[in-house]
Write a protein that binds this ligand. Structure first.
Ligand code: SAM
Length: 250
């Protein structure tokens, strides 16, 4: 049976490519990759040789047709992205939808995902969270995107790159308040892995003061708004009466 496998690849440390991922990548007829040169190096490291097909944001819809034709001809295909799990801030959604609609099996080979790794080591509440991914590049749009999340009580999770980490932390401090606690997880599984938590204002100052901390890949996790924020807003008059009543209590 032809299958489209969705294969997670490492986010830095090559040893994180699972045994099953190696087995599947070694057995498929084609490997569809976001960047064939970049993924080619990973595959070469594991001496995996399969013809590659490029599937990126700009050609995904056309390539989906081609891949469905290959499945129809009985070939199995693996989809990989540059790092981590395909479709998570990466291409693949249109392909997976089209392949499922065409009636072929899509099967995940799970593994690394930067935000799951970051959340698991952040110490922030992990029972409920919202993954927001990359923020818009323009400062106005960035702030507009952030503002509606200010009252959210679940952990908020963002992706960021070297170029915009300072601007994004500044925008978060503006949207959520400088006192909000957050964690910056940088270069996970790599040599300079850093996981640092503080208030947004202190994180901003810390990262501005050390240009080394501005390099690499980041997950930013922001503590949700306190759940009691709305509930605790007791009417001052009610509070005064409660105070009087409390004094009268035996
Ligand atoms: N598909 C990937 C996943 O499963 O996490 C995400 C791809 S997205 C294009 C790349 C972003 O993921 C980076 O800008 C960064 O925010 C995050 N990321 C990837 N690798 C990371 C790492 N080793 N440490 C921290 N963040 C990382």
């Amino acid at each position: 049976e032809p299958v489209l496998y969705i294969v997670a690849t490492p986010i830095g440390n090559l040893a994180d490519l699972s045994a099953r991922a190696q087995e599947v990548l070694g057995s498929v007829d084609y490997i569809a990759a976001e960047d064939t040169r970049y993924s080619g190096r990973l595959l070469a490291h594991f001496t995996i040789k399969a013809p590659m097909i490029s599937v990126h944001d700009h050609n995904e819809r056309q390539r989906s047709e081609h891949i469905i034709n290959l499945l129809a001809a009985g070939h199995s295909i693996a989809l990989v992205s540059d790092a981590g799990t395909p479709l998570i801030s990466d291409p693949g959604f249109h392909l997976v939808r089209a392949v499922r609609e065409a009636g072929y099996r899509v099967s995940p080979v799970p593994g690394c995902c930067a935000f799951v790794a970051a959340l698991s080591a952040s110490g922030l509440p992990s029972d409920r969270f919202q993954f927001i991914g990359f923020l818009p590049a323009k400062s106005g749009a960035r702030l507009q995107t952030l503002k509606p999340y200010a009252a959210h009580t679940e952990t908020l999770i963002f992706y960021e790159s070297t170029h915009r980490i300072v601007d994004s932390l500044a925008a978060m401090a503006e949207a959520f308040g400088g006192e909000r606690y957050a964690v910056v997880a940088r270069e996970l599984t790599k040599t300079f892995e850093t996981i640092h938590g503080d208030t947004l204002q202190n994180l901003l100052e810390w990262i501005q003061a050390d240009s080394n901390q501005q390099r690499g890949e980041f997950v930013v996790l922001v503590h949700g708004a306190p759940a009691s924020e709305q509930g605790d807003q007791i009417d001052p008059e009610a509070e005064r009466i409660l105070h009087i009543l409390a004094k009268e209590m035996p």
